[in-house]
Design a protein around this ligand. Structure first.
Ligand SMILES: *[C@@H]1O[C@H](CO)[C@@H](O)[C@H](O)[C@H]1NC(C)=O
Ligand SMILES: *[C@@H]1O[C@H](CO)[C@@H](O)[C@H](O)[C@H]1NC(C)=O
Ligand SMILES: [Zn+2]
Length: 344
């Protein structure tokens, strides 16, 4: 999805970054896969004519035109005039409560699609702390615990989801799926296949934009509408998210974490499956070889690897290396079962 050379450069800079590593989170008794139904954030997701916690009660049939009309137009930033007033109020309340980072300007894209902060701003340090520029925060889910493979797939649901979820079911594992809200509207059947495979439902925004270039209100809408469509069709309000392109800074973190109470997931390894077949001459075999080198490498820290369910090539990479993960003794888990485990 709109992948650019700058993304690769960003990813490489992450791999060599020496920022303080995260060691998982240390509240093992306090993390659930989804928001508590009675929490303030869960109350932000209510559909007209229904009570909180009762998804699609008497709602239109999933996939129908009436159902699609519940959501903003797909594959673009939702118009902020559609934003529910309760979300805007939650953003205002979070800002009032404190912690909103000043001094984090928006990025702009140049002609080749490279997103950059204004001249004179150092995005690698506070107060910006941009992940594509090598900055991690202790609150980001970056490293997996030793010996653990954090299994997650981005950009679903897609036509390739069926093959992926069949493989997952066959092998009796569970993955987190960082999903694009627009894709759920486009492919509701594959969304239901993710649920049926025991998948953990996580957020990857409404239309997969670079968050650092969006206004606060647009980021609110990008995250909020993705949570809404997941909630409406599963009854579950997500608790985890991964920013598209890893495009994350303190302003984006503030909205995700202080308004929506989300746990932010980045990555510490990249399968580069997203580049197959059109970028950098990437192939299934090259991605397989790269992942295998990680599999054979150090188990400390564990692998929080970037993988996709974008197309069958990405799924094939995972299916091919799966045996290697198993044979090499990796402990394969979705993101939920990792939170709270500290790296030893
Ligand atoms: C990984 O290790 C196994 C044995 O543990 C070996 O057979 C294989 O060739 C190694 N693969 C790579 C890519 O180093
Ligand atoms: C699913 O996998 C099969 C076997 O590899 C393949 O032929 C088919 O094209 C895949 N489906 C999709 C939608 O990619
Ligand atoms: Zn993505």
């Amino acid at each position: 999805m709109k992948l650019t050379a700058s993304l690769l450069a960003s990813v490489l800079s992450i791999m060599v970054a020496t920022a303080a590593p995260l060691e998982g989170r240390d509240n093992p008794h306090n993390v659930e896969p989804y928001q508590d139904k009675h929490s303030d954030v869960a109350k932000l997701f209510v559909r007209a004519g229904e009570k909180a916690g009762k998804p699609l009660a008497n709602g239109p049939t999933i996939g129908s035109a009436e159902w699609k009309a519940l959501y903003p137009p797909v594959e673009k930033v939702p118009d902020v005039s559609l934003t529910p007033k309760s979300w805007t109020a939650a953003l205002a309340a979070a800002k009032k409560a404190g912690g909103y980072p000043s001094g984090v300007p928006l990025t702009t894209a140049d002609a080749s699609g490279n997103y950059a902060y204004p001249a004179g701003v150092n995005p690698s340090v506070e107060p910006v702390c941009s992940f594509p520029n090598g900055c991690n925060k202790a609150s980001d889910f970056y490293n997996a615990p030793d010996g653990v493979l954090a299994l997650s797939f981005d950009d679903g649901p897609t036509a390739a989801t069926t093959n992926l979820t069949n493989f997952i079911k066959k092998n009796q594992i569970s993955a987190s799926h960082n999903m694009i809200g627009s894709h759920i509207v486009e492919l509701p059947t594959q969304f239901q296949q993710i649920i049926a495979s025991g998948g953990h439902l996580s957020v990857h925004t409404w239309s997969h934009m670079h968050n650092s270039a969006l206004t606060d209100e647009q980021i609110l809408a990008e995250i909020g509408w993705c949570m809404q469509v997941i909630y409406d069709n599963s009854g579950l309000v997500p608790k985890f998210w991964r920013p598209p392109y890893g495009d994350l800074d303190n302003r984006v973190r503030f909205i995700a974490e202080n308004v929506f109470n989300l746990i932010t997931v980045t990555w510490n390894r990249d399968s580069r499956d997203w580049a197959i077949p059109s970028l950098f001459d990437q192939t299934v075999q090259k991605s397989v070889d790269e992942v295998r080198s990680y599999v054979n490498g150090s188990k400390s820290p564990g692998m929080n690897i970037l993988e996709h369910e974008l197309n069958n090539a990405c799924v094939t990479v995972f299916e091919t290396v799966y045996t290697d993960y198993v044979n090499d003794g990796w402990d394969i888990r979705n993101l939920v079962s990792l939170v709270g485990r500290r790296r030893l």
